[in-house]
Ligand binder design. Structure first.
Ligand SMILES: Nc1ncnc2c1ncn2[C@@H]1O[C@H](COP(=O)(O)OP(=O)(O)O)[C@@H](O)[C@H]1O
Ligand SMILES: [Mg+2]
Length: 258
């Protein structure tokens, strides 16, 4: 469900109100720190100016702090809009394997630095799909970056594509630490992160993008072994589509053990 665009004909449900509430809470929490830093810095700058004791160098330092915090607020807004903003999808017939290959080309140098081995297995049978290329690239990038971050030091990242019944499947598998059971229900929440500097938007954005394409995203994880995110994209009618055998009918977020 999209918390930001409720069906205008219907009153909001308890669930959509709860979602909106937690999204607003997360956003408020994010902007609190930069705002209070800005308030304090502006106060100091004002005192310097009023007392006539401030020198140019000191003032410049304070202005730089303000600039940094404004940039942070802009980042927070950009992330929020990516997650909750209205997007007009621009789907075009797209070679999903090529999109995967681009994402891997982009992250492989970083992975090598972190001593993460990147492997892929792309099925030649994957038909062209109706995709918004940039959005799907963003979703895959979010998953691949998470996998790398989980494995920093060493590990293996495997990205596979395959065709199952009437759907195309993408698996992003890592040999990282897995997701603890108590964290698993929270990973799709906007702004929830286990990382010190995480945005907590990577997975919610990825999920939104997959669902916008009529697809489904699932996670399979085992502590100590690794994690796999599986994406299903429907094949357009006329491309040999049938019932997506093996593809889950339920909405995203199904959770299971690998
Ligand atoms: N591949 C993975 N292995 C282990 N944990 C993961 C993985 N992907 C996501 N997570 C967990 O899900 C959380 C949310 O991910 P995400 O929404 O991308 O936010 P962020 O990466 O900013 O923390 C992460 O903080 C992490 O705890
Ligand atoms: Mg992330």
């Amino acid at each position: 469900m999209d918390p930001m665009s409720p069906d205008p004909g219907r009153p909001p449900t308890q669930e959509s109100l709860a979602l909106l509430g937690s999204l607003a809470g997360g956003l408020a929490h994010e902007i609190k720190n930069p705002l209070s830093t800005m308030t304090i810095t502006l106060g100091l700058l004002r005192e310097d100016l009023e007392s006539g004791r401030g020198d140019g160098e000191k003032a410049l330092r304070r202005v730089k702090v303000l600039e940094r915090e404004v940039a942070r607020l802009e980042d927070i807004l950009a992330g929020f809009l990516q997650y909750a903003g209205r997007h007009r999808l621009e789907p075009r017939p797209t070679d999903l394997n090529a999109v995967v290959a681009e994402v891997l080309d982009f992250v492989t140098p970083l992975a090598q630095q972190k001593r993460v081995e990147v492997r892929h297995h792309l099925s030649p049978d994957v038909p062209h799909l109706l995709l918004d290329r940039d959005r799907v690239k963003q979703a895959l990038l979010n998953l691949v970056l998470n996998a790398q971050e989980a494995m920093a030091g060493r590990g293996e990242l495997l990205v596979q594509t395959s065709v199952r019944g009437g759907a195309v499947r993408v698996d992003v598998t890592d040999t990282g630490p897995g997701i603890p059971p108590e964290a698993l229900p929270r990973i799709w929440e906007a702004y929830w992160s286990s990382k010190r500097t995480g945005t907590g938007l990577g997975l919610p954005i990825a999920r939104r993008i997959v669902e916008e394409h009529g697809g489904v995203i699932q996670v399979f994880t085992e502590v100590g072994k690794g994690t796999r995110f599986t994406l299903w994209f429907p094949v357009p009618v006329g491309e040999g589509a049938g019932a997506p055998e093996g593809a889950p009918a339920a909405a995203a977020g199904a959770e299971a053990r690998a």
